[in-house]
Design a binder for this molecule. Structure first.
Ligand code: NAD
Length: 430
């Protein structure tokens, strides 16, 4: 990183407490004194719920400027552009032909990410793509290949990776502080009303949302789990559409995972949990365990620090004291726009630094593909009722069989064996 850039990053670090507040209406940064030609030009495609978060993250960088906004709904583009001093455009080709735009932020419905991203890459623009990278592996692979062929960067948003708690947990796994990792669980217990799904024609559809509780809302913590634990070898899952009437995709999903490193784990996601709870990541190692909830470390317990805790673990009193001190922090649990923009700013900053330094970005397309592959494996296992072994066939798409929502026929429990017979058999075996 150039010295000048390092100094700017330091200033940003000092300013951290002012950044990343929920919504996009935190105090605007002071206008940059850098001439336009020295700033990286950005455009946003898609001016819905998440578009303003990108606008805020871009305009927070002193060496970036938001040049243009495009949306198929011109009024949406005009509103966002006016709010952040950019130009609203009604022709995407004209936007992509501009020489003063180097990066395009793709903020359209998930199933259109590759289509828009590929057009941007072919026009020579670097791409920042919202999560998930797209809704199928085949589309993700086309986007990754197009960016590689054009020699442009592809950064996929997964903002929760960059919080202090997750960064600390990741370091503790990598440097062996937690010992051998034996279990990893991720949960997203959120609520989305039917009105939320009805608010956009693409929401809750296989084609454009690509899935529900896991592919849209749960993908954040699926990504954290996969990042923390490494590759998954097999998945056994169940899911259903149990509390919403007019959606195609799942609103509950649970899966049992076998990781390639020998550890086991679970994934749970729902948008039925009224009124919206937290996201949780639990990592268990032979030397300690950590619980991360909504990005905050809720438990960090190492054998090296606590010493022996007795045959049954901690005392009841110690557990109660910890439970009482736990608070909860909203981050989109019930309202999709109630998220912080600091993580987006981190990834926008990283894109700028990567362009200037000629290096890879912090979360490239190949890495973001892992979460989508794992979610698709959950869907495939739930649809077929079978264990799925990874890697997934890139051509496979969910939503083909109706078994997604079908409750399995009840299986009668085997009648208990009469005690007498069991005893007799045991005696006979002697
Ligand atoms: N990182 C996060 O925390 C986060 C939060 C919310 C949404 N997202 C992601 O952002 C993406 C958009 O979600 P949203 O909630 O903002 O959706 P939205 O429906 O609110 O906004 C999407 C916008 O894209 C526009 N659009 C649709 N097709 C287009 C096209 N072909 N060209 C240009 N514009 C087009 C729509 O008119 C709309 O204004 C999704 O992939 C979603 O998963 C991420």
């Amino acid at each position: 990183m150039a010295k000048k850039d390092k100094e700017k990053t330091k200033v940003k670090e000092k300013d951290k407490d002012k950044r990343g507040k929920k919504g996009t209406t935190a105090a605007q940064p002071e206008a940059s004194t850098l001439p336009d030609a020295e700033r990286i030009g950005f455009a946003i495609v898609g001016a819905g719920v998440i578009g303003p978060f990108h606008a805020r993250a871009i305009t927070d960088q002193p060496d970036a400027r938001l040049v243009a906004v495009y949306d198929v709904v011109p009024e949406a583009a005009a509103k966002l552009a006016a709010e952040f001093g950019a130009e609203a455009m009604t022709d995407l080709d004209a936007l992509l032909a501009r020489g003063d735009i180097q990066v395009v932020d793709v903020c359209v419905p998930s199933g259109l990410h590759a289509a828009i991203g590929i057009r941007a890459a072919q026009a020579g623009k670097h791409v920042i793509c919202e999560k998930p990278i797209d809704v199928s592996l085949e589309a993700a692979d086309r986007l990754i290949a197009a960016c590689e062929a054009a020699g442009v960067r592809l950064q996929v948003i997964s903002q929760h990776r960059f919080g202090a708690g997750m960064q600390r947990l990741k370091r503790a796994i990598e440097d062996g502080t937690l010992g051998t990792i034996v279990m990893g669980n991720a949960e997203t217990f959120w609520y989305r009303s039917q009105a939320y799904y009805d608010s956009g024609g693409w929401r809750g559809t296989w084609k454009l949302d690509g899935g529900g509780a896991l592919m849209n809302q749960g993908v954040h913590y699926v990504d954290l789990l996969r990042w923390a634990m490494g590759p998954v070898s097999t998945v056994n899952a169940k899911m259903g559409t149990l509390a919403h009437e007019r959606i195609e995709v799942e609103d509950v999903a649970v899966a049992v995972l076998q990781f390639a490193n020998g550890a086991v784990g679970t994934l749970m996601g729902t948008t039925d949990a009224f009124p919206g709870y937290t996201c949780k990541l639990e990592i268990v190692g032979t030397e300690g365990s950590v619980i991360l909830e909504d990005g905050e470390i809720k438990a960090w317990n190492l054998k090296s620090a606590l010493g022996e805790v007795g045959a049954y673990g901690r005392s009841k009193e110690a557990k109660k004291a910890e439970a009482a001190s736990n608070g909860s922090v909203g981050m989109g649990a019930a309202d999709p726009s109630a998220i912080a923009w600091g993580g987006h700013a981190h990834q926008v900053r990283d894109m700028i630094d990567a362009i200037r330094a000629g290096r890879e970005v912090i979360l490239p397309g190949r890495e973001a593909r892992n979460a989508v592959e794992l979610i698709l494996a959950v869907y495939r296992s739930a649809e077929t009722g079978r264990e799925v072994t990874l890697p997934m066939d890139p051509k496979w798409k969910p939503g083909v069989t109706k078994a997604v929502s079908a409750a399995p026929a009840p299986v009668a429990a085997a009648p208990p064996k009469p005690r007498q017979r069991a005893t007799t058999a045991k005696a006979g075996a002697k």
